[in-house]
Design a protein around this ligand. Structure first.
Ligand code: DOR
Ligand code: ZN
Length: 433
């Protein structure tokens, strides 16, 4: 295994409060030093990589991704998903259990981990279902799933309707200090809605999902987290009211964290006006005031993570009438550049803050030892050109799907080099595996 000295770059490692011009030394797959001019301490034969003018950061962590394996390998596989991830700077993803079969047994967890092993680069950490078969009827075998390697639990895509089950899930997972990731949506209030309930749903004649459908479940789950002392994480938080609830809960010392997606920070419900199903997502795109509240939540530090909710869907399924198309859009290959262009460049948060939201913060929520350049850490490292302008070209995605709402957008920020556990996976923007 080769050794690498990445020198002269701006090293941004929020876990260690580092933001300075420095060198990063990788030996035998691990970070062995970060500091100024490490040439003398580098071993003989080390490969030198010039990162002058670039940002050197920990490999990013996307804690909310749908790989469609097992079940829908036509839409995404572990391999295509990991290729899309590293292309976008994410060396680790956590994958949601709404596969076919559902990730509710040790054998499915082991299958995914086996596939990751075979791919040979990147990490996919399985999230197991809270309830058996995502049916909301009885809890999955949590101990067995943790034993097999599940990093958290979620029924994402579906809400756990039964409050008693949610209470038990929050209680049991305390045993292993795992997070319960809530897809907060009251199905009775959402009531078959296709987009956010408001001005545009009325104009377009589409059934609406009110903000309250999310907020009532966020409130319930926070109350249950307080009751149990369990660890709650709100997936794809999308409304001003949900954010307010999380803020209050944090102030009261309740163990709750939350993530937002790039699309809920950048796209409003007005985008649905042409009935383009690439804008159909759950939770739905919201009006401007919600976007502004979420941006403020980033500034205030109430939001813990940014996650893509990468949800691949087959073209023929998305090319349906709006009412019949599935919810979801892909994001692994656009998230970083969107956040750099629309959030960091716009002055909402700094680059180190953005990187923290996509590396060490989600890693801590999941309890995985990733997302940092600490000495001794696994050498998952990216080299990023924050100025590189490029157009979003879905047909060139590594993902097997191309249901993105950003086709043709011009974004700033490209990942030129990616190392996974010290192994070069992308060099100078080209896959070398
Ligand atoms: O838009 C979505 N798509 N939201 C979800 O919660 C599930 C996801 C999917 O699996 O396609
Ligand atoms: Zn999801």
């Amino acid at each position: 295994m080769s050794n690498y000295l990445i020198h002269g770059g701006r090293v941004v490692d929020p876990a260690n409060n580092i933001d300075e011009i420095a060198d990063v030394l990788i030996e035998r797959g691990k970070i062995v030093a970060v500091g100024s001019d490490l040439s003398d301490s580098a071993p003989d034969g080390v490969e030198r990589i010039d990162a002058t003018g670039k940002v050197v950061a920990p490999g990013l962590v996307d804690m909310h991704v749908h790989l469609r394996e097992p079940g829908r390998a036509d839409e995404e596989t572990v391999e295509s998903g990991l290729r899309a991830a590293v292309r976008g700077g994410f060396t680790s993803v956590a994958c949601m259990p709404n596969t076919d079969p559902v990730c509710d047994s040790a054998s499915v967890v082991e299958y995914i981990l086996q596939r990751v092993e075979e791919v040979g680069f990147g990490n996919a950490f399985p999230i197991a279902s809270i309830t058996h078969g995502l049916e909301g009827e009885k809890l999955s075998e949590m101990g067995e799933l943790v034993g097999a390697g599940a990093v958290a639990f979620s029924d994402d895509g579906k809400c756990v309707v039964n409050g008693q089950l949610m209470r038990r899930a929050l209680e049991y997972t305390k045993t292993w200090d795992k997070a319960i990731i809530s897809h907060a949506e009251d199905g009775f209030l959402a009531h078959g809605g296709q987009m956010h309930e408001g001005y545009w749903s009325t104009v377009l004649g589409l059934k609406g999902i009110p903000a309250a459908a999310e907020e009532v479940v966020v409130a319930r789950d926070i109350i249950l987290a307080e009751l149990t002392g369990g660890r709650l994480h709100i997936a794809h938080l999308s409304t001003a009211g949900s954010l307010e609830l999380v803020k209050l809960a944090k102030e009261r010392g309740i163990r709750v964290t939350c993530e937002v997606t790039p699309h809920h920070l950048i796209l409003t419900d007005e985008k649905v006006r042409d009935y383009d199903t690439n804008f159909k997502v759950n939770p739905p795109l919201r009006p401007q005031e919600h976007l502004e509240a979420l941006r403020q939540g980033l500034k205030d530090g109430v939001i813990d993570a940014i996650a893509s909710d990468h949800a691949p869907h087959a073209r023929h399924e998305k090319e349906m009438e709006f009412d019949y198309a599935p919810f979801g859009l892909i994001g692994l290959e656009t998230t970083l550049a969107l956040i750099l262009t629309e959030i960091v460049e716009e002055g909402v948060i700094s680059l180190p803050e953005a990187i923290a939201l996509m590396s060490i913060n989600p890693a801590r929520i999941l309890g995985i030892d990733r997302g940092t350049l600490s000495v001794g850490a696994v050498a998952d490292v990216i080299i990023l050109d924050t100025n590189a302008q490029h157009d979003v070209e879905p047909l060139r995605f590594e993902s097997k799907s191309n249901n993105t709402p950003y086709a043709g957008w011009s974004l700033k920020g490209m990942v030129g080099d990616v190392f996974c556990a010290g192994k070069p996976v992308i060099r100078n923007s080209i896959f070398v595996v």
